[in-house]
Design a protein around this ligand. Structure first.
Ligand code: MN
Length: 200
C-alpha cells in the first residue's frame, strides 16, 4: 500500500457548527479512504509509475498508462484534493495576513470581493466538483472551477484554497442549501495555510 489516508489535524467535531462532525467523519473515513484505496489498486497494475509523485502524475496525465488514467485522475485527484482540503480548514480561522490581503485586493478589489466571487463560483458550479483559488504560472491569483476530482495542477496552477462542493461535503447538514454551506465554510478557512501556499 503506497498511499495512506492522512490523519485529520483536528477532531471530527472541531469545525462544528459550520461543518458537522458526522459529515467530517464520513467524508474522511469513507469518501477519502475510498479514493486512497482505489488509487493504490490502480497503481498496483503499473509498478513502473508507482514512485512518481502524485502531483507529477496529475500535472500530466498523458504520462499515466491509458488503462489506469481515469482511475488516477478520479481517485488520485480525490486523494490529492482531500488531503489539501483538511489542511485548508481549521477551528482557528482568523483573518488573512497583510501580505495575503494585499494580493487578494490587487486581484479581486477587496478581500470581501474575493469571498463574494469565490462563493458565487462555488454556488453556481453545476454538479460535483471543486472551486479553487489558484496561483498561475505568472504568480497571479485566479478563481477556477473544476469538475469531479480534477485539480488545478492539471492546468499548471498551484492550489491555494479549495472548497469541495460535492453533495457529500454538506448534504447531511445543509441538504440542497449549498449556499448556506459555503457561507458557513468561510468561518473555518485556514488563512495561515493559504498564506503558506501562496508564499511558497
Ligand atoms: Mn469530498
Amino acid at each position: 500500500m503506497k498511499y495512506e489516508l492522512p490523519k485529520l489535524p483536528y477532531a471530527y467535531d472541531a469545525l462544528e457548527p459550520f461543518v458537522d462532525a458526522r459529515t467530517m467523519e464520513i467524508h474522511h473515513t469513507k469518501h477519502h479512504a475510498t479514493y486512497v484505496e482505489k488509487l493504490n489498486a490502480a497503481l498496483e497494475k503499473h509498478q513502473e509509475i508507482a514512485d512518481v509523485p502524485l502531483e507529477t502524475l496529475l500535472a500530466d496525465l498523458t504520462k499515466v498508462p491509458e488503462d489506469i488514467r481515469t482511475a488516477v485522475r478520479n481517485h488520485g485527484g480525490g486523494h490529492y484534493n482531500h488531503s489539501l482540503f483538511w489542511k485548508m480548514m481549521t477551528p482557528k480561522s482568523g483573518v488573512p495576513s497583510e501580505e495575503l490581503s494585499k494580493a487578494l485586493i490587487n486581484t479581486f478589489g477587496s478581500v470581501d470581493g474575493f469571498k463574494e466571487q469565490f462563493s458565487a463560483a462555488a454556488t453556481g458550479h453545476f454538479g460535483s466538483g471543486w472551486v479553487w483559488l489558484a496561483k498561475n504560472k505568472e504568480g497571479k491569483m485566479e478563481i477556477i472551477t473544476m469538475p469531479n476530482q480534477d485539480t488545478p495542477l492539471m492546468q499548471g496552477k498551484t492550489p491555494l484554497l479549495g472548497i469541495d462542493v460535492w453533495e457529500h461535503a454538506y448534504y447531511l447538514k445543509y441538504q440542497n442549501k449549498r449556499a448556506d454551506y459555503i457561507a458557513a465554510w468561510w468561518n473555518v478557512v485556514s488563512w495561515d495555510e493559504v498564506e503558506r501556499r501562496f508564499s511558497a
